[in-house]
Design a binder for this molecule. Sequence first.
Ligand SMILES: Nc1nc2c(ncn2[C@@H]2O[C@H](COP(=O)(O)OP(=O)(O)OP(=O)(O)O)[C@@H](O)[C@H]2O)c(=O)[nH]1
Ligand SMILES: [Mg+2]
Length: 303
Amino acid sequence: MGFLKNISDKLFKTKEGFTQKIHQESQKDEPISEEYLDFVEELLIESDFGVKTTQKIMEAIENGMKDGSIKTRRDVEIKIRDVILDVLKKVEKPLEIKSKPFVVLTVGINGSGKTTTIGKLASINTDKMKRVMLVAADTFRAAAIDQLEIWAKRANASIVKQQENSDPASVAFDGVSSGVSKNMDVIFIDTAGRLHTQKNLMKEIVKVKNAISKAYAKAPNEVLLVLDATIGQNAINQAREFNKVLNVTGIVLTKMDGTAKGGIIVAVSEEFGIPIRYVGIGEQIEDLKVFNARDFVESVFVP
Ligand SMILES: Nc1nc2c(ncn2[C@@H]2O[C@H](COP(=O)(O)OP(=O)(O)OP(=O)(O)O)[C@@H](O)[C@H]2O)c(=O)[nH]1
Ligand SMILES: [Mg+2]
């Protein structure tokens, strides 16, 4: 219930951009013409559902029209919702902290929301009485270390940090070693933003991952890719490249509150099948929600 109530208001842009338009049309007692189908297809593409999912939905509609299960525009609307729910159900696998320590490596491009998401996750876990440590392996800017420190204080978590410009792999190694010896339950590694096209930085993040495994053989337990939902289809390329070098085990889609193109969550899910762990719906500490397919679809499809 909490999820629904909170997220429904925050997703108003997606509702305005997509759901309400479909809904308005489905209220009209008019036939499912070619033009209408074109309108639906265009709206899906515009809302970032991606070509694959859009085709899947359009095929499902055509099949429904052939077998007689789709007769009205309202039936079309329901079919769209069902296909989306189907795709999202497959990636609904909440993050389980099932070993100790549980080490989470956070990766993604600049500004996608990595540090903020770590802060929110730290808070979720300290609220559950877990011992949480944050590791400042984004050493590019002193401000990045300061930002993580602020979140650590806010969330009652510990922090391991070194000087600006230290080697991120050694910071990660020391952080995880320290977390193990201090009996931490969850360790979050913050890393610098990087573009998937920057070869050296992609090599560096692989080094960070390897250093984590050297410090604790079972780690990282989760490689969490933080994707900004507002960047649209670029998110697909990013996910592909990060996944190639790091074997991403979970995704957080941030800034779902700021985009009219909520379809990206469906496009990413259809393309990779990687679990969507959380969605970010704001800048505050409480604005991270465990991803639940049904709640998500219901909150977007209530006009
Ligand atoms: N509206 C909204 N803003 C968000 C969300 N998540 C993060 N932000 C904002 O996005 C901006 C960037 O967030 P950071 O957490 O610093 O991003 P980052 O990936 O750590 O950035 P770099 O370390 O520079 O790569 C900040 O202003 C955050 O408050 C979200 O879910 N919704
Ligand atoms: Mg950051």
